[in-house]
Design a protein around this ligand. Structure first.
Ligand code: IPM
Ligand code: MG
Length: 359
């Protein structure tokens, strides 16, 4: 029997509800495939500010570091909007990414056949489904660059800096090429090399790396064009690799075209097997505590954890198949509800998925 220690950072808003269902599903996987998952609950985000005065208490980071993997719900909410920048709930997320060295963010944008109607694009544009993997750099660029206030041409100004070293680009590019090798071997690197020096270094480094991966077809695209191409012809994309900020923006866009922002998981990885797994959606404070949130993104994040951190491919697939089965059977949380389908809440959705696994 294999045993795995998982730190659970449920966070704020709907975070605790959706991670609760993911835990339930993992326990079923443990039962069925004979693994033991130990969960340690720690706080980060707004709830940690309320309890400890700090968005990311040291103990949280320590527990995460010692775990085999981290499962995160969501952080933030209007209650903490006026907290100073350095202690905002979102900063906890950045602190975890940096503190755990998670420089690669994998964000799949996959369309479920049963939900094709939810796609806002014309059916012919997405015919046959969508399956894009965005590989986003996660611990560099403008999110972590030099920032502050200074005297400028027009008086006091605030600034943030985009900076990338060759080392940072190399390690993310390498992972993106590896991902492309596992998929359709088509990699688009997105930058703004017509304007930014850091993008020119990015492009040059990706080109150099491409020599090690002759089978992968690489192309470069400016970020403005990429944003346009994603809605014009999303099927041209297989793997996209890009910087922290461009990846933030393009992954929201890609998720929307799958019609299912409540369904998409993500994985953040570093040099080892420890990863942090979280839904790409936020804390949705407007529906928190009402049993309305869709737990599928959190549940699929747990599947990514099994696959990428624990190398349990069969178990990950069992979760993915259960989700597909339940969607095909017509179960829908309010965010994806349509006429004639079976309306369920967060808890019921978690249950039908857990039951589908045990079948
Ligand atoms: C995301 C989020 C975060 C980010 C925020 C909450 C800091 O938008 O994970 O995409 O910008 O990385
Ligand atoms: Mg984002």
């Amino acid at each position: 029997m294999a045993e795995f220690n998982i730190a659970v950072v449920a966070g704020d808003g709907i975070g605790p509800e959706v991670t609760g269902e993911a835990v339930k599903v993992l326990e079923k996987i443990g039962e069925k495939f004979n693994h033991k998952f130990n969960f340690t609950y720690v706080k980060a985000g707004g709830c940690a500010i309320d309890e400890f005065g700090k968005c990311l208490p040291e103990e949280t980071l320590e527990v995460c570091k010692k775990s085999d993997s981290v499962m995160l719900g969501a952080v933030g909410g209007p209650k903490w909007d006026n907290v100073e920048g350095a202690n905002r709930p979102e900063k906890a997320l950045l602190g975890l990414r940096e503190g755990l060295g998670l420089f690669t963010n994998l964000r799949p944008a996959t369309m479920h056949k049963a939900l094709a109607d939810a796609c806002p694009l014309k059916p012919e544009i997405v015919e046959g489904g969508l399956d894009i993997m965005i590989v986003r750099e996660l611990t560099g660029g403008i999110y972590f660059g030099d920032r502050g206030y200074r005297q400028g041409k027009y008086g006091e100004e605030a600034y943030d800096t985009e900076a990338y070293s060759e080392t940072e680009v190399k390690r993310i590019a390498k992972n993106a090429f590896e991902v492309a090798m596992q998929r359709n071997k088509n990699l688009v690197s997105v930058d703004k090399a017509n304007v930014l020096e850091s993008s020119r270094l990015w492009r040059k480094t990706v080109d150099e790396m491409s020599k090690d991966y002759p089978e992968v077809k690489v192309s470069h695209m400016y970020v403005d064009n990429a944003a346009m191409q994603l809605v014009r012809n999303p099927k041209q994309f297989d793997v996209i690799v890009t910087s922290n900020m461009f990846g933030d923006i393009l992954s929201d866009e890609a998720s929307m075209i799958t019609g299912s922002i409540g369904l998409l998981p993500s994985a953040s990885m570093g040099a080892g097997t420890l990863g942090m797994y979280e839904p790409i959606h936020g804390s949705a404070p407007d529906i928190a505590g009402q049993n309305k949130a869709n737990p599928i993104a959190a549940i699929l994040s747990a599947a990514m954890m099994l696959k990428y951190s624990f190398k349990l491919d069969k178990e990950a697939e069992a979760i993915e198949n259960a989700v597909t089965e339940v969607l095909e059977a017509g179960y829908r949380t309010p965010d994806i509800m349509s006429e004639g389908m079976k309306a369920v809440g967060t808890i019921e959705m978690g249950e039908v998925i857990a039951n589908a696994i045990m079948k």
